[in-house]
Design a protein around this ligand. Structure first.
Ligand SMILES: C[C@@H]1N[C@@H](c2nc3ccccc3[nH]2)[C@H](O)[C@@H]1O
Length: 448
């Protein structure tokens, strides 16, 4: 291994209570809200084909036009209690809110910048009421913070000369001050979700990112921060130059999921996902494929089955309301979660051989294993192959509690026959298992 000062400081996952809590929540709501919701991907009658929150980088959007938008930001229909209630009914257990996206506009009245909500017609802090409403609804809040800041005069993508380095130093002080300010203003938040850390100016100062992480932990012990924040002294990000994960969980799964358990290398991880193909902030015209409830449920279930968290993104409109498609998704997902959430919360990798019908999820630390079925075979028989020395002592349909009688078809191998082959939403089966050397024979094993 290479001797590193600013590489990973820990082998393996965090085992403290704050991280165990984050791990148990499994399902989060991302909210991208800011000035970019005003143009909503359109300007001067033209449609921007990129991600709506990147419209300032579009050649058809003059920087000075974008930078004036704050003068009309006035979310008169903003109702944080309603947002929290809808998130709760969807089954989300944590929420990540953009405090400041790449454009540098702050949703809180930061004393370190003029480019904040305080300069808008709305004037008032947006984060405080959100955090209060979500916490009251029993939902943890994490703060998204972009290091890239297109508005700040001292932001540099790269440091080419002494002047750049001086600006870069001033910018680092600004970042540190804003983050400390956020922790001081919102002491109940559970973590930071850093973004915009790919520019050289950041990548080439691993020492600063390391010191910053430690500084934030000192201000707020237990804070959960992913792998996007840090670089090591060689410029390696997410994984240090020895291949060890930096930060508390792998945070690179943006609009993609691991394929198998081998892709996560035993690390905690989280995937963040858009409803359309690639829009985080509000875009008036969603082009391309819009994910359905069942598609999203499969991503959520697959993530949990591979020991990860899944966060679904929402892009509220400039007036503070959600578009219809997003409201309908929250309702549809919530209906399934209401009945089957037990399979998601505290869910972990089961260690059973993956089958085509869907995914196994083990309730953390127990012998309860859920089967979440997405693909019912034409035979109607779901194959279950158990690891050695594990046997079945019970099987039931989670929703109806109907008992199932698995058929032993081989050594540690069963068929579970589903009562009906058609369903328009994933079916969850709860398996009770027993494992051990001198275990009692499972209930469904034929007497010899
Ligand atoms: C969580 C997501 N990360 C930001 C982002 N910017 C990118 C630039 C290039 C490639 C990927 C990007 N993701 C998106 O704007 C969104 O905030």
């Amino acid at each position: 291994t290479i001797a590193l000062i600013h590489g990973a400081h820990r082998m393996g996952n965090r085992t403290d209570a704050d991280m165990a809590r984050w791990r148990s929540l499994r399902f989060g709501q991302f909210i991208h809200w800011g000035l970019y919701a005003i143009p909503g991907g359109e300007w001067n009658g033209k449609t921007y084909n990129g991600a709506a929150e990147w419209i300032r980088s579009w050649k058809e959007m003059p920087h000075e036009d974008y930078d004036k938008l704050y003068r009309q930001f006035n979310p008169v229909n903003f109702n944080p209690q309603q947002w929290a209630a809808q998130a709760k009914s969807m089954g989300a257990k944590y929420m990540i809110i953009t405090t400041k996206h790449h454009d540098g506009f702050c949703l809180w009245p930061s004393k370190y910048s003029k480019y904040t909500i305080a300069s808008s017609p709305w004037k008032k802090d947006l984060l405080g009421p959100m955090i209060e409403a979500y916490n009251k609804a029993g939902i943890d809040v994490h703060l998204y913070f972009s290091i890239i800041d297109w508005n700040h005069p001292d932001y540099r993508a790269s440091l080419k000369n002494a002047a750049d380095s001086a600006a870069g130093k001033r910018f680092q002080v600004f970042v540190k001050n804003q983050l400390a300010e956020l922790l001081q203003r919102y002491p109940t938040i559970k973590g930071f979700w850093f973004d915009g850390t790919w520019d050289d100016s950041w990548k080439n100062d691993g020492a600063f990112s390391d010191e910053l992480e430690q500084y934030l932990q000192s201000l707020h012990p237990g804070l959960v921060m992913g792998s996007r924040l840090r670089a090591d002294e060689k410029g390696a990000r997410h994984f240090d130059s020895n291949g060890r994960l930096m930060g508390d969980y792998e945070q690179g799964w943006e609009r993609k999921l691991p394929a198998t358990i081998d892709d996560v290398h035993g690390n905690d991880w989280e995937a963040v996902m858009t409803v359309p193909e690639n829009q985080w902030g509000y875009h008036a015209k969603w082009a391309g494929h819009v994910k359905t409830v069942n598609e999203i449920l499969e991503m959520l279930v697959k993530s949990v089955s591979l020991n990860g968290n899944f966060v679904l993104n929402f892009g509220p409109k400039a007036d503070g309301t959600y578009r219809t498609e997003e409201q309908q998704l929250m309702t549809g997902i919530g209906q399934w979660m209401k009945v089957n959430g037990d399979a998601i919360y505290n869910g972990t990798y089961a260690g059973f051989e993956k089958q085509d019908w869907g995914y196994y999820i083990r309730k953390a630390g127990t012998d309860s294993v859920y089967m979440v079925v997405f693909n019912i075979p034409v035979s109607g028989s779901l194959r279950v192959k158990l690891p050695a020395r594990t046997s079945l002592t019970g099987a039931s349909v989670l929703q109806s509690n109907a008992t199932l009688t698995p058929e032993l078809i081989g050594r540690n191998e069963y068929f579970i026959h589903l009562p009906n082959k058609t369903t328009d939403s994933p079916v969850v089966i709860l398996l009770k298992t027993v494992t051990g050397e001198n275990k009692e024979k499972g209930s469904f094993e034929k007497a010899k």
